[in-house]
Design a protein around this ligand. Structure first.
Ligand SMILES: [Ca+2]
Length: 314
């Protein structure tokens, strides 16, 4: 086997973040150098704790978890307990994690790691608002050319918004951070709602998690059942979209995805459309391409990969 791809997972767990972390920890092609928590779905005190809970469920107390920024760069934090529940991980019975939180700040960890590892070898997999990554890029611009790729769940174009009519949650919470990252020059791949709304946890797919008969399988099924209640009501669809694991699946099996390398910019001034990702899908401007904006997914392939990998965990 070729050498594992080194990644840092930046995250605001969140049930779908939790599934993404489990997928990464179950996959030998990836070496998780660290997990950096950020405020988003719920406040930082909960996201860093939830990240540790998920590592313990996976039997991976050795993974380093760092706490990062507790608020967006220039704005007040907006959270999403209405989707994820009070803890952010509502659904399964939760426990107090006993593995330690690292003492270093997540932003320092990102900067130190990118400076220490050979250039072009560390990928940033981002599953929440981009505050930690943008703060690192802003504070240490020398790390930007060392990033192999930033793969982010965020944004939307055809599906437009889920937190406002125009904006997807991760980008809306910290639009200035998203703008810094997407304009940084680091190779970017974006998993927008256009794609994740095709990755629905239908009943048979949820049953497949439960049928694993493992702690991880049950934990996953109970989490996805919880947030499904909200999304089914909201969208009237046959299941809830499983957003964040698409980022990890892309690192494992890029052929499951198709998209376009285009210009993507973030609205940071308008009240009406704040946080909108303006994606030049039809290439109607001369603005420079800066991101691969994904549009389609082989959903059956994605769920088979996910279930097969989760089966490897305890
Ligand atoms: Ca997330």
């Amino acid at each position: 086997m070729t050498e594992a791809r080194k990644i840092i997972i930046d995250t605001d767990p969140g049930q779908d973040d939790a599934v993404a972390i489990l997928l990464a920890l179950a996959s030998p092609e990836l070496e998780v150098l660290g997990i950096t928590a950020v405020a988003g779905n719920v406040p930082l005190g909960l996201t860093q704790k939830n990240a540790r809970i998920v590592c313990e469920v996976a039997g991976r107390r050795d993974v380093r978890v760092f706490a990062g920024c507790d608020a967006p760069m220039k704005r007040k934090l907006v959270t999403a307990e209405h989707v994820h529940g009070r803890t952010g991980l509502d659904g399964p019975e939760l426990f107090e994690p006993t593995m330690p939180l690292q003492s270093r700040h997540a932003v320092d960890f990102i900067i130190d790691t990118l400076r220490a590892e050979p250039p072009g070898t560390v990928t940033l997999a981002t599953l929440g608002p981009l505050t930690n990554v943008a703060t690192a890029f802003h504070r240490a611009p020398d790390i930007v050319p060392r990033v192999a790729e930033v793969v982010s769940m965020g944004g939307a174009y055809f599906e437009v918004g889920n937190i406002t009519p125009a904006a997807e949650f991760n980008i809306y919470v910290d639009p200035e951070a998203a703008e810094i990252v997407f304009k940084s020059g680091a190779p970017a791949t974006i998993m927008p709602l256009d794609l994740t709304h095709k990755a629905l946890v239908t009943k048979p797919r949820n049953d497949a998690f439960r049928a694993l008969g493992t702690r991880t399988g049950t934990f996953t099924a109970e989490m996805t059942e919880f947030f499904e209640r909200f999304d089914k009501e909201k969208y009237g669809s046959e299941g809830a979209p499983l957003h964040d694991p698409t980022v990890i699946a892309y690192l494992l099996a890029p052929d499951l995805f198709t998209g376009r390398f285009i210009n993507v910019e973030v609205e940071t001034t308008s009240d009406l459309t704040l946080g909108m990702t303006v994606a030049d899908w039809w290439r109607v401007t001369n603005r420079d391409e800066n991101a691969t904006f994904m549009g389609d997914i082989d959903a059956d392939g994605f769920f088979s990969l996910l279930t097969e990998r989760l089966a490897r965990l305890p």
